[in-house]
Design a protein around this ligand. Structure first.
Ligand SMILES: Nc1ncnc2c1ncn2[C@@H]1O[C@H](COP(=O)(O)OP(=O)(O)O)[C@@H](O)[C@H]1O
Ligand SMILES: [Mg+2]
Length: 152
């Protein structure tokens, strides 16, 4: 587990940029936290750090969005409007996960399908409009060196 308080969006961008080189196809991230806590902002910075010039928007209504990267594909999922894991499985998005770097917002309902995910929890900091506390955690062995190396 690793926590960092980002006192501006630029600091959040720096964390995303630090994470980017560790990511490869098959990796999934569960982004948790309340509305406007910075989940989509983090994906925007991450996709940019991975070398894409695409304009990343919240996939709340499209459910999922693919962004081509120089080295593969980024899959951005917003599970907010999904009512069950069965509904998610029907979309067959999981077919693309092994070949993509995947980030999932509002993923609590589908978490069971991503046991190897890196979880990033976003929190507001009281009385500090532009501060966000990011906490990284993962059960899977795959992420332990990343958590150790994520110096910002
Ligand atoms: N430290 C920070 N880190 C990330 N975003 C921040 C920060 N401070 C302010 N913001 C702003 O907060 C908003 C977060 O919105 P968004 O990323 O859409 O949230 P979510 O996807 O969690 O609902 C953005 O407008 C972003 O610019
Ligand atoms: Mg969002």
């Amino acid at each position: 587990m690793f926590s960092v308080t980002c006192k501006s969006r630029e600091e959040t961008a720096r964390v995303a940029t630090a994470l980017a080189p560790f990511l490869h196809a098959g990796d999934a991230m569960l982004l948790k936290g309340p509305l406007a806590s910075g989940k989509t902002a983090f994906v925007q910075e991450l996709v940019a750090a991975l070398g894409s010039k695409a304009e990343v928007t919240s996939p709340t209504f499209t459910l999922a969005q693919f962004y081509p990267l120089p080295t593969g594909t980024f899959l951005h999922i917003d599970a907010y409007r999904l009512s069950s894991v069965a509904e998610f499985r029907d979309l067959a998005l999981e077919d693309f996960v092994p070949e993509s770097i995947t980030a999932i917002e509002w993923g609590d309902i589908i978490e069971e399908d991503f046991p190897n995910a890196l979880t990033i929890n976003f929190e507001f900091v009281p009385d500090q409009d532009n501060w966000r506390k990011l906490t990284f955690s993962a059960a899977a062995e795959r992420w332990q060196p990343v958590l150790l190396n994520l110096h910002v």
